[in-house]
Design a protein around this ligand. Sequence first.
Ligand code: AMP
Ligand code: MG
Length: 413
Amino acid sequence: MNLYPMIPFEQAHATILAYAWPLPPVPVSIYDALGLVLAEEVRADAPIPPFPASAMDGYAVRAADGDALRRVVAAQWAGPAIEVTVGPGQATTITTGAPLPAGADAVIKVEDTAERDGVMTPRKAPRPGNHVRPVGEDVAAGEVVLAAGAVLGPAEIGVLAAIGRDRVLAHPRPRVAVLSTGDELVDAGEPCIPGQIRDSNRPALMAAAQQAGAHVLSLGIAGDDDEALAACVARGLSQADVLITSGGVSMGERDLSRVVIEGHAQVHFGQVAQKPGRPFVFATVQRPDGRAQLVFGLPGFPAASLVTFENHVRPALRALAGHTRLFRPPVRARLAHALDCTGQRVEFMRARIEHAHPERGDGDWWAEVTGRQTSGRVLSLVGANAFLQLEPGTSHYEPGDEVTAIRIDQPEE
Ligand code: AMP
Ligand code: MG
């Protein structure tokens, strides 16, 4: 029996997040850092560009020489600086990104010149600094280029490389172990005999955890038997920061996941007032350093397990990874059709929201649920870009009524 009291959705959220502390920072190669959260303030120790650099292909000259002819005395390519000083009436050829030779203070672009027999004729007189990128134009020495907490995307990684940092301190990806439970389950690649079904939760939850930025480990399928379950749970806890199981947390006699989790961890709740996802266990294992490993016993029904992952597990994985933006953006949307729900527990209906209703063409968000919303129908999530969050108290909606839609295809804010 599941004797845990049913707690409100918000309380479940808050309970989980109270245990989801950012993982201790580790040194990470910039080549492995995409999506990670930076755990240090990064300053440039040298300016960029580090030397006056040509912004054009052309000639390095002294502006004071005006539009007079110049004798071309050397070639300065992008690369090591040559040892030459441009004297009065002299020039060097120069390419984009090459260091400006000593003596020169401007670049005349090649389109504005003609060269014959080693003598360059400018079409017009340059001004000092023309087409020269001064030292520190992009980044000053000592400038803070990234703050702690920055999310490392392509631009941030580019900045790190530009200032010569190939390793930084970042919060690591949480390691997440995923276990499916049930005597009826077989792997997707295996044939089924009557009574068996394919294990869809494990691949779906592994993908969801990976999408949330986790490093994922499969624990396979455990049958409904104490010992097999206990062995898998112990393995998960020895290898991961987070253990996710699905199935076996409801009221049945063979719903043993909860019982096994109770044997390994401290259970904080076992039922949440939401639909889908009422049977849902959250537990923690206290580590010597004060941190907790998180254990999520998700419901077995495939849509329910993915909805509770999105609701509760994903924000926790992001918190472990050091993110401070944990929640998907909500919008107000109008229903394109009538809708009935329980009105008892907060209900999350999978929906497609579009900015303009095909028939009305106005600027509101319009929502249409993705067919039948049963807990088992994982197809209800296919093509969904929002969860309609229907609060208790209302059990019927008319077309055009406004509801809250959580945009599950948008980054957290
Ligand atoms: P349970 O909570 O274990 O009774 O499971 C509830 C329902 O979800 C049952 O119909 C199970 O067959 C189904 N189910 C449990 N685990 C999975 C899974 N990994 N993949 C697909 N369906 C599952
Ligand atoms: Mg089961």
